[in-house]
Design a binder for this molecule. Structure first.
Ligand SMILES: Nc1ncnc2c1ncn2[C@@H]1O[C@H](COP(=O)(O)OP(=O)(O)OP(=O)(O)O)[C@@H](O)[C@H]1O
Length: 246
């Protein structure tokens, strides 16, 4: 069994009276592609923000590669090898795709020429090489999603947290992104993805954790969690599993 690259133990976070994440624990082994799923408002993005350091947990422990990182700011986590993407992609619209990706590469390369060369290499990995000289503002939605992925990859993460990188894509675009994500994981990057596109989760994830109303209600392989009555109820409403079985 591989050791846990990310360990979350008893983590909770409330906003005023609203418990967004309640006593969540899980471990992501190194070399795994895991998915975090759950209905809208389940607490997935809040959990990502806690792990990546944009929020500090009210309780619990978060460890990355054995080091306690609860409350450690995102730029320090990026230096340690953990980077996240955002659901809403905000590139520097007037800059080229190459320059946008190079921003991520600057984490490790001080020299501009080296950062730009790294940007080219990363663009090839995500299928953005033909657009390298194009202003980022001219990219399609699918192109912007690839750019967000490329900017994160350019930081050379060991753990990549992907927040809905497939949202807004049509089925063909999803189909084109799945192998890109699989190649990234096969290249040795541990991945945790928040994803609503179940078709992609089924194809990609080795392990799935399901959140509902802030709590972890199920975990297992994609096949196991999608058959779990508690998961069916969380998505489709109370009594659904019983009605489906009948
Ligand atoms: N900064 C905040 N202040 C107050 N409430 C918040 C804040 N961030 C999130 N929430 C609330 O916490 C709950 C969990 O939200 P979160 O965005 O983590 O869910 P999610 O599972 O990512 O949802 P979605 O799939 O719709 O993105 C929601 O009820 C949300 O309204």
């Amino acid at each position: 069994m591989a050791s846990a690259l990310l360990s979350v133990r008893g983590v909770s976070k409330s906003f005023g009276g609203l418990a967004a994440v309640r006593d969540v624990s899980f471990e992501l082994p190194a070399g795994t592609l895991g998915a975090l799923i759950g209905p809208n408002g389940a607490g997935k993005t809040t959990l990502f923000a806690l792990v990546s350091g944009f929020l500090r947990p009210d309780a619990g422990a978060i460890a990355f590669d054995g080091a306690d990182i609860a409350g450690v700011p995102p730029h320090l986590n990026a230096r340690r090898g953990m980077t996240r993407t955002f659901q809403i992609v905000q590139p520097f619209a007037a800059q080229t795709v190459r320059e946008n990706i190079a921003v991520g590469a600057h984490l490790h390369c001080a020299a501009r020429r080296e950062a730009l060369a790294q940007a080219d290499a990363v663009a090839r990995r995500v299928g953005l090489a033909p657009q390298l000289d194009q202003p980022a503002g001219e990219l399609t939605v699918a192109g912007r999603k690839r750019l967000e992925l490329a900017r994160a990859l350019a930081t050379r993460p060991r753990l990549l947290l992907l927040d809905e990188v497939l949202a807004g894509l049509n089925p063909q675009e999803v189909g084109e992104m799945v192998p890109v994500l699989r190649d990234i994981a096969a290249g040795g990057v541990t991945v945790l993805m928040i994803e609503h596109v179940m078709q992609a989760v089924m194809h990609l994830a080795q392990h799935v954790w399901v959140l509902a109303q802030g709590r972890l209600i199920a975990s297992g392989t994609p096949g196991e969690v999608t058959r779990d009555p508690q998961v069916i109820e969380a998505y489709l409403g109370h009594g659904t599993a019983r009605r489906l079985a009948a």
